[in-house]
Design a protein around this ligand. Structure first.
Ligand code: ASP
Length: 356
């Protein structure tokens, strides 16, 4: 089915991009095992879509990917698909495995600069072909949100995750549950919408571009970024080893509480030496809720002196993809540090500028 851009206030045109994951799976009647279905026959599997008043077209990744396989080159493919079809559709729904959905949502939020249309990412915990699936509800609600307009302007013009009861900002999300339907949380930013009998969009929290500019897609992501999770008893050898990885560009260092770390001189020396070599190190907390505040403790102050950047309340997923994006743009380490201290697209809340 082709769907021309709809200038109708009521009826929107939506592009559904199936990348893989559980949502698109059906049981093979012969073997009983799960296999991805052909999205050309989407309505056969989700007959409820006949009730949706909006126009939609679906395309799928070939082959569909389990989200644990998704990486920078797949984000580029998603960005390209959106950029190539940007003028033809009012909104985009990406169907994606839940496991790395928060990384994809964060990456796309940085890669799709000047986005003024909704990109709603969803998936499901149970395949769409299963009787108790959560996939149909998630898909239909995502289409409704991607289609929502007011005075012909998109109501939610940002990259978001729609899952069960909530619509969440994409670059604020975490997958928090492997078993239950409520799989995502945004601990440090309120939901953009509550999904119940009505879809209640909280416009106060939705990102609104000041002016509508042409989409500027970015395609390059630097893969040499790692996550370094501190643990009690971490040794100088481990720290040195990780910071000596060839071609390493950026480190998201998950610290304790409000950004706390051991105060041993060797610890600070190793970080400073890496930082002086041009490796950008960003401090994020291992806690789910709250923000880094390095200036509170002596070790924190020593880390600031060693060139470590506060990630405030950013998620690890967002910090990793933000650094991949900034280095992918070719910025110098100092420029990356400067941008890591700012919120580019609502990914963090800066509470205290003494931090950096
Ligand atoms: N392993 C699957 C994936 O992330 C799980 C899911 O779709 O929820 O692709």
């Amino acid at each position: 089915m082709t769907s021309p851009y709809s200038s109708n206030q009521e009826i929107a045109s939506i592009l559904i991009i199936y990348t893989g994951g559980t949502i698109g799976m059906v049981e093979d009647p012969k073997t009983g095992s799960l296999a991805p279905f052909n999205f050309q026959h989407l309505v056969d599997h989700v007959p409820e879509l006949k009730e949706v008043k909006h126009l939609y077209t679906s395309i799928q990744f070939d082959p569909p990917l389990d989200s644990s396989q998704i990486g920078p080159q797949d984000w580029t493919k998603m960005v390209k698909t959106i950029a190539d079809n940007y003028d033809k559709y009012d909104g985009f729904v990406i169907l994606h495995g839940t496991d790395t959905m928060a990384y994809t949502a964060s990456a796309l939020s940085f890669m799709l600069e000047n986005l003024s249309k909704p990109v709603v990412i969803t998936g499901s915990q149970l395949p769409i072909g299963r009787f108790r699936t959560d996939g149909k509800e998630n898909l239909i609600t995502s289409i409704e949100i991607a289609a929502a307009k007011k005075n012909n302007i998109a109501t939610v013009p940002e990259v978001c995750i729609c899952f069960q009861e909530y619509l969440l900002r994409g670059n604020r999300c975490k997958k928090v549950n492997a078993d239950y339907f409520e799989a995502f949380e945004s601990f440090n930013y309120p939901p953009l919408a509550h999904i119940g009998v009505e879809i209640e969009i909280d416009e106060e929290y939705v990102y609104k571009p000041a002016t509508i500019k042409p989409l500027t897609p970015h395609y390059n992501m630097e893969p040499n970024v790692i996550v370094l999770k501190l643990l009690p008893g971490i040794t100088p050898e481990t720290l040195k080893g990780m910071l000596s990885i060839p071609n390493l560009k950026g480190v998201v260092m998950e610290t304790f509480g409000v950004g706390n770390a051991p105060s041993f001189p060797w610890f600070i020396d190793i970080l400073k030496e890496a930082s002086d070599r041009g490796i950008v190190i960003v401090n994020v907390t291992q806690c789910m809720i709250g923000s880094v505040a390095m200036a509170i403790y002596d070790t924190g102050s020593a880390m600031i002196d060693a060139g470590i950047i506060s990630g405030y309340d950013i998620t690890t997923e967002s910090a990793v993809t933000k650094m991949m994006y900034l280095f992918g743009e070719g910025y110098s380490p100092d420029k990356v540090r400067e941008y890591m201290k700012c919120s580019l697209i609502g990914e963090m809340t800066i509470h205290d500028t003494k931090e950096n």
